[in-house]
Design a protein around this ligand. Structure first.
Ligand code: PRX
Length: 660
């Protein structure tokens, strides 16, 4: 692989373009102009491709400017629909009815399951009937703490069918993290598994759940999916096996769906922000559905024969939108894999693509870097010729990883869609439409329909001039000027926090928290977070979360976390800890503190580096100077910038000398 020129462009193959839905830059531009100039008629038409029990009376109402009162946006008011209906029932009587909807491959090779759209509908209806029997009613929240088993999408669709907002907690989170999320959402029911299987190991999710439930009085019932058949604890009267419930003779094959108003909540998903505890992003039925439907269809340029694999975990937004809802809304076959792409051998991912003849593969830069490290010979041994399109998401992709993916997986004939978006945005925001224009490595390219990005100058003091645009090539803060149907409506139980987090920095606009520049041709290059969010392997953790976990430990006086660049994970966590007086800074304590964070949050939040410090650098007004800690974590200590406001300069000397 030679040097990648900064402006290298990669054109889609002629054969790809000929059959693609948006097949020229001109077509993209014409549609884009219309989508932003006439958003109401544009989105109304898209929504009408789906089924509504009652048509909306108002397409959009909003206020994004805090100077004009409460910030809100509402889409498709007065319209009634149902997500589960649109993913399943809508396909009955069409050619999709007997098409495969979901193909599941367990980590052990012999564990597989397939469902046609018809079969999936029946399975979802039966699951819905189980939930109904437990007495759940529209609006009741249900927490799902599950690994990548096929029952997870079934459970989601069952919740959606009955209007029960689901809150999925990634199976890698600890019992503490699960507890907070259940308490916050006041879920009535928890769905979990006995054990999860990953990388050849089993993890006892049920006992994590039991631990969490000790402090979650709202939960009345627990439905347990059988994966390994092994449970270490059980509470009679509260816990039931899904198998037993769903096979009970009184559980029927059909269940009517609830008619949901467009703005009724579809789900809550917790994600880390720059401060405090994770925020429950609230996504609604009509807007989210419409947005995910269209982005899935056009960004992945779906064809009838598409066999689509998104490698994310359903516990994150990528899995919600683009493993479950997006593909099923479009009548596509979605592939779901239980394990990791590196187990039992480094070519597991390539082997699955070969075996199943996957046509679209969507993964994260982290996975690409980890896979590329195994060497080119692994993908080279496999027949990957079924692939037509590749995608990436979750963090900035370095051009080297992009090229590796392009050459070794796509064999230089598959376009790559680098899709930028967030839990809050519901769906893809900036991404190539693969048949429309050439791609550039490291660029998420142009905005999707209806999205108006603006790279704002962060240095503007004058309030009236806030939001001034940066020149091409200059990095600024990425904001979005206008509403779109997929954006979250609020933070569960805390609307003021939603307003403050996203709308107060640049009045009138949604602030993304990301740095970005645009080149002279309008290509967007995302530069990572500009706030205190750390992106580890495409997963968000806030410095505040890690710090609060650390200070819960009896020996810790103060803690600060920063991001450290990492070759595979993108970033890792570097923490600075000051101990209480008289406590010895030992290696054993270091390990104990790292384990403590893992227990409080989960393995993904484990600090890679922990440095004991005599004190943390503070301004005279007592604020921790994070900028300096970041530089130390990045090992850029000869460029600390202005330290004149620092209270005690010796602190820095100590920090640099003892850098881990
Ligand atoms: O910093 C951006 C980064 O991931 C953040 C959103 O994380 P989360 O809500 O967990 O959603 C991840 C999956 C959508 C963003 O603020 N990010 C996501 N995609 C990209 C990206 N950074 C650069 N390029 C991307 N394609």
């Amino acid at each position: 692989m030679g040097m990648i020129e900064k402006d290298s462009k990669f054109y889609p193959d002629k054969t790809f373009v000929e059959t693609s839905q948006i097949n020229s830059l001109e077509m993209y531009r014409t549609m884009y102009e219309r989508s932003v100039n006439e958003p109401e008629s544009f989105w109304k038409e898209v929504a009408e491709e789906l089924v509504w029990f009652k048509k909306p009376h108002t397409i959009l109402k909003y206020n994004f400017d805090n100077r004009n009162g409460r910030i809100f946006h509402e889409w498709f008011r007065g319209g009634y629909t149902n997500m589960s209906y649109n993913c399943l029932d809508r396909h009955m009587g069409t050619e999709n009815e007997n098409k495969r909807a979901l193909v599941w491959q367990g980590e052990p090779d012999e564990d597989t399951r397939e469902f046609t759209y018809r079969e999936l509908l029946t399975e979802v209806c039966r699951f819905s009937n189980v939930l109904k029997k437990k007495g759940l009613k529209k609006g009741d929240r249900v927490t799902l703490y599950m690994p990548m088993v096929w029952q997870l999408p079934v459970a989601m669709l069952a919740c959606a069918r009955l209007g029960l907002p689901h809150s999925i907690v990634f199976g890698g989170f600890s019992s503490e993290a699960l507890m907070h999320r259940i308490q916050e959402s006041e879920s009535k029911l928890l769905i979990t598994v006995d054990e999860s299987i990953r990388g050849g190991k089993t993890f006892d999710l049920k006992s994590n759940a039991d631990q969490a439930l000790l402090k979650c009085p709202s939960v009345e019932h627990v439905i347990v999916v059988k994966r390994t058949g092994h449970v270490s604890s059980w509470k009679e009267g509260r816990d039931v096996w899904l198998d037993e419930e769903i096979n009970s003779p009184d559980i029927g094959d059909f269940c009517e769906c609830e008619h949901m108003e467009a703005e009724d909540t579809l789900f809550i998903l917790y994600t880390s922000g720059s401060t405090g505890k994770p925020k429950g992003q609230v996504h609604t039925t009509g807007g989210y559905m419409t947005y995910v439907y269209l982005t899935q269809k056009l960004v992945f340029d779906l064809r009838k024969e598409s066999f689509y694999w998104c490698m994310a975990d359903i516990g994150w937004i990528t899995g919600h939108s683009y493993i479950v809802y997006g593909p099923l809304l479009n009548g596509t076959t979605t592939f779901m894999y239980e394990g990791t792409p590196l187990y039992p051998a480094p070519d597991r991912a390539w082997e699955l693509i070969e075996r199943y003849k996957i046509t679209i593969c969507y993964t994260a830069p982290t996975a690409i870097r980890a896979l590329s490290r195994q060497g080119e010979s692994w993908p080279a041994k496999r027949d990957l010729s079924s692939l037509k399109l590749l995608g990436t998401v979750g963090e900035p992709i370095n051009p080297e990883a992009w090229m590796w993916y392009y050459e070794n997986v796509g064999r230089r004939s598959c376009p790559i869609v680098d899709t930028w978006w967030q839990t809050e945005t519901g769906g893809i925001m900036i991404s190539p439409l693969p048949g429309a224009a050439p791609t550039k490595p490291g660029s998420a390219q142009f905005p999707f329909f209806g999205i108006v990005p603006r790279v704002c100058d962060p240095g503007v003091e004058d309030f009236e001039k806030q939001g001034e645009k940066m020149k091409p090539g200059e990095t600024g803060h990425l904001c979005i000027e206008k509403p779109w149907p997929g954006l979250s409506r609020t933070i569960y139980g805390d609307h003021a926090r939603w307003e403050q987090t996203y709308f107060y920095q640049y009045p009138g606009m949604y602030f993304t928290g990301d740095g970005c520049y645009m080149d002279a041709e309008g290509y967007h290059f995302l530069q990572g977070r500009v706030d205190d969010v750390i992106n580890i392997s495409g997963h968000r953790i806030s410095t505040a979360e890690v710090e609060s976990a650390l200070v819960l430990h009896k020996d810790v006086a103060e803690a600060a976390a920063a991001a450290k660049p990492d070759e595979i994970k993108g970033q890792s966590i570097y923490v600075f800890v000051t101990l209480k007086l008289g406590v010895e800074p030992t290696e054993a304590l270091k390990k104990e503190l790292i384990d403590h964070v893992r227990k409080e949050i989960g393995a993904i939040a484990s600090p890679d580096t922990l440095q004991f410090a005599i004190s943390l650098p503070k301004t005279r007004s007592g604020k921790i100077m994070r900028r300096i800690l970041r530089k130390i974590a990045e090992n850029k200590t000869d460029d600390l910038g202005d330290v004149s406001t620092l209270e005690d300069a010796d602190v820095i000397r100590d920090l640099i000398q003892n850098r881990s």
